[in-house]
Write a protein that binds this ligand. Sequence first.
Ligand code: ASP
Length: 424
Amino acid sequence: MSYSNLSLSAKIFIAMITGLILGLTLQYGLGSPEWGETWLTGGIFFVIGKIFINLLKMLVVPLVFVSLVTGTSALSDPASLGRIGFKTLGLYLLTTGIAVTMALFAAVIFKPGLGAEPAAAMLKDLPANKSFAQVLIEIVPTNPISAMAEGQMLPIILFAVLLGVAITYSGKAGERMSGFFKDLNAVIMMLVTFVMKTAPLGVFALIFTLGATLDLAEFSKVAKYIVLVLAVLLVHGLVVYPSILVLLSGLNPITFLKKMRPAMMFAFSTASSNATIPVTMETIANRVGVNNKVASFTIPMGATINMDGTAIMQGIATGFIAQFYGIDLTISQYLMIVVMIIMASIGTAGVPSVGLVILAGVLANVGLPVEGIALILGVDRLLDMTRTAVNITGDATVTTIVAKSENELDLEVFNNPLAGQETK
Ligand code: ASP
């Protein structure tokens, strides 16, 4: 079989493996020569990687806005949106609750903080965390255009939903607008398909740079922490989600995970749930079979408020930092950590490293030393990539469950292994 006949996920996978091997070879085999930094990691692959992420980000706001207006204005019964929102939010909170509880148990049982050496990274000023009240207030945009310009997801979602509902109530004018948005949505989805074709090259550039700059020596200092975070992430992604999917929707989790593979690889390479939104939406609509009415609402919402992988890192990191400084946490502090981690991620966009910013707020609130973050900062990149893949899998799992319960899942598409493969 020739390369051009391979599926998109196979191409991305090959790009990841070769990128990693060549990147590691540059660093450990050739000793990071200066030309490598000048021409490759700081040159051509730096540019390609950044352009690839920019291309994805370029699509996020237009896609979320247009597909959400299209989805909402196609609802025959706008009240169903309330029901969908309620179910989705409930499941997002539930899965995050499970994630952080599991992480804290793992931290208490395996004690990753004992015997760790501080990793070398310096703690830069982390931006401040917003209060929950502030997040609630800012969901309503005073200026939808500036919300779009700044890419603030929750205000965009609210405005698009209100506009979509208004369209359904606007008679003939509404019908014309609805038709316009439907066409625009189809065009933007085509744009997503174009951008996805560039993925193998973009992913190669990102992973090559990772391999060439990853400091493995730092890893050994906090090895237990890293292994524990990765293990809990794996359990959450490969055991918890599949179990919830089977229990609540009766769908085959293997089929689901197989279909999600390309989106997970995008999330892993970019470390940004937000930048991955176009790919998650494309995958969930064309490969999993979820109707746009549901996905256009739940996926962008999930990328912003549902970060189970991040919650896992935060739960273990909190335990790790407490143990490192010899601080015993009480049961009420543990409960507070659970609630805070769930609340803190709401309203924080899924972008690289944001989990550490949220963690700083959590630590400060439970009275743990915020400087503790410096212990794990230097090794966060790989964990950030992995947890982002879990984050978007969580969004997709909940979306699929909600769609199935609303009769908005096309089982023929779900059960067809080749559905949506034309993007290769
Ligand atoms: N990078 C993660 C995401 O985009 C957030 C984080 O954990 O830092 O979902």
